[in-house]
Design a protein. Structure first.
Length: 248
């Protein structure tokens, strides 16, 4: 049996995701301990694997629930379908790798690459992937409005926003030795909160959820680790202090 923390680490998903799957009846724990902890056995692990395969294909959670909830659901047949779909993805990834190699040779002056060739293998679907994931975890209309807001900015404005965000995180790295509850760090958290207004205006619970996601989600954490290996965890701690202080 595995706890939520153990399973999330093993499967590369966040504890929040597992809780969400439980809440919507997509993946129930094998049992609930006397301590209230969720525990997952082999059957639940296999079911989570199926869910993650379907998510790789960008199938919405409610549709996955319908598919896997059918009495005639065939695990072996589903795995074969996943294999076929993944083979198609592998072909596309190979094209992307080839595009990278071609671009490297182009920049080194060894080959000439057309403008169209620079974008070989990319698709609109891939660009919308994170937006779809967010819609499953948050209010869909809020996510869509945030996407519309971002797309309305000019290229120069987007660049300035991203630079501002990076400055916030680098200032946080510099202030880490002062401690999460220090006045300097808390002022940087306030700057971070205001920076979110470029995308959407989260409430205190959502702010804390974002900070937890930075640490719990391997993809987010990998980006923060590039700036400092402890930044993601420090952000969560600092935002937690900020939220508790502003609830009073």
């Amino acid at each position: 049996m595995f706890t939520v923390k153990q399973l999330s680490s093993m499967a590369g998903v966040t504890p929040r995701t597992l809780h969400h799957y439980d809440e919507i009846g997509l993946l129930k724990p094998s049992r609930i301990g006397e301590n209230g902890y969720r525990y997952y056995g082999e059957e639940a692990l296999l079911k989570l694997q199926q869910i993650l395969f379907y998510r790789e294909l960008d199938i919405p959670l409610d549709e996955i629930k319908k598919i896997m909830g059918r009495r005639d659901f065939d695990v072996l047949g589903a795995l074969q379908s996943h294999k076929d779909a993944l083979n198609k993805q592998a072909v596309r990834i190979d094209r992307l790798i080839q595009t990278v190699d071609n671009t490297i040779q182009h920049l080194k002056g060894k080959t000439k690459m057309s403008e169209k060739g620079l974008f070989e293998g990319f698709s609109e679907e891939e660009q919308e992937k994170y937006a779809k994931e967010a819609e499953q975890m948050y209010d869909p209309e809020t996510v869509r409005e945030s996407n519309r807001k971002w797309k309305a900015y000019s290229a120069a404005k987007k660049e300035a926003i991203l630079a501002e965000g990076k400055a916030v995180y680098m200032d946080m790295v510099a202030a880490m030795p002062k401690g999460a509850a220090s006045a300097e760090v808390q002022a940087i958290v306030e700057r971070w909160r205001k920076h979110m207004d470029y995308f959407w205006t989260p409430n205190l619970d959502q702010l804390l959820g974002l900070a937890e996601g930075y640490s719990d989600d391997p993809r987010f954490k990998a980006n923060f680790d590039k700036m400092h290996p402890n930044l993601a965890e420090f952000m969560r701690e600092a935002v937690k202090v900020y939220v508790e202080k502003n609830r009073k």
